[in-house]
Ligand binder design. Structure first.
Ligand code: MN
Length: 388
């Protein structure tokens, strides 16, 4: 298992853009992990005759960042160069492109000599004027939302899935502690050549397969709201329903997609994600727009939280067993979590307001750094949406 820092690295990488009737925002953050192994690729217009096509992808690397970085750079080109793509057989082209990339990448010197053992999940989407093609290999996930609800989600490739397990066993491996040979937690990935060495079996019949599952969706101009691609650092603490409801509510507060994606990542950190996190959010013309009513309700919620937190801090200040400010903050948060505060963001809950709560607490105790210091002491900031 990857090692952890004493304090999460919360600096974020951001990107955003607008074109082809779409808008997108990206946020990625190292978080608690010692290394950042995620990578992504967002491109609003493809070259040549495909100028009205867009491409988005997230890659979650493991055992190093070499493969995820290489995939972010090369997967798109590998797909575009297939004969299938030229014949307009897009789903087939995506599949062929994944396999082609995996085959070519194996020849890179540090990967072919076994020095570099890394692998990566890959989830990607092509958005054309009429269709959305979504492909997944591994346990990152894409979710398409209409009316704030997930209408489609990719399937996570976990070793214990019956179809995955049977392939693993037939290739001479086993599934233990829900891992391939007791070690790797995903059953499909690019790279991971240590798990692709069974000589008499094809590339998609190995312990770990590079084959994506591809689905095609007709776009609905009226109903499509947004598409989310994210790695498991996000999905570990947010169900599909919770994340769609949360993003739907955030889009009613702002149209700044960097702010929205940053907020999602911060909320996931406060909900306890210990992994690298990357999210690509693509909004369609039918996405919710900022509304004054929603913005007013959010300000009122902030006022309520300020009043309640202030009252709790004042009530409990000076109590002996809470002399330490970190313990005091933790105690106050626990009390607040018990109160049924109306209007908390769906899917976000109190964790969505953690930075405000930090700020208010610091007004009382300026020396208190921030909640990442007291992270270990924090209560579960739960919400009505259960985790996966
Ligand atoms: Mn991960």
């Amino acid at each position: 298992m990857g090692a952890f820092l004493n304090k999460p690295e919360t600096k974020k990488y951001n990107e955003n853009g607008e074109g082809n009737g779409l808008r997108y925002g990206v946020a990625s953050m190292q978080g608690w992990r010692v290394e950042m192994e995620d990578a992504h690729h967002a491109q609003l217009t493809l070259n040549g005759t495909l100028s009205d096509w867009s491409y988005f992808a997230v890659f979650d690397g493991h055992a190093g960042a070499r493969v995820s970085a290489h995939c972010a750079e090369n997967l798109l080109e590998c797909i575009l160069q297939t004969d299938e793509f030229r014949r307009d057989e897009i789903a087939e082209a995506i599949r062929a492109g994944f396999l082609d990339l995996d085959k070519k990448m194996r020849e890179l010197p540090e990967l072919s000599n076994g020095e570099e053992k890394s692998g990566s999940t890959a989830v990607c989407a092509f958005v054309s004027p009429k269709k959305i093609y979504i492909a997944n290999c591994g346990d990152s996930r894409a979710v398409l939302a209409r009316n704030g609800q997930p209408i489609f989600a990719t399937r996570d490739h976990k070793p214990e899935l019956p179809s995955e397990k049977s392939r693993i066993v037939q290739a001479g491996g086993s599934v233990m502690i829900q891992r391939v040979n007791g070690s790797l937690a995903v059953s499909r990935a690019l790279g991971d050549y240590e798990y692709k060495k069974v000589l008499d079996r094809g590339p998609c019949e190995q312990l770990v397969s590079p084959e994506p599952e591809v689905s095609t969706h007709e776009r609905s101009e009226a109903e499509d709201e947004f598409l989310v691609l994210a790695c498991d650092g996000v999905w570990d603490v947010m169900s599909n329903e919770a994340l769609c409801a949360y993003i739907h509510s955030l889009l009613q507060l702002t149209d700044d997609l960097v702010a929205v994606t940053n907020q999602v990542i911060d909320t996931c950190l406060y909900k306890g994600s210990k992994d690298n996190m990357s999210i690509v959010l693509v909004t369609f013309p039918g996405a919710p727009k900022p509304s004054e009513d929603a913005q007013r309700a959010d300000r009122e919620l902030d006022d309520t939280l300020r009043q309640r937190l202030t009252a709790l801090i004042e009530q409990s200040a000076g109590s002996e067993e809470r002399e330490d400010t970190a313990c005091h903050f933790s105690w106050v948060l626990k009390q607040l979590a018990r109160e049924n505060i109306p209007g908390l963001p769906p899917g976000g809950g109190l964790a969505a307001k953690q930075s405000l709560l930090d700020k208010i607490f610091r007004e009382f105790y300026p020396e208190h750094a921030d909640s990442s210091d007291t992270f270990e002491n924090q209560p579960e900031l739960t919400d009505p949406f259960a985790n996966n």
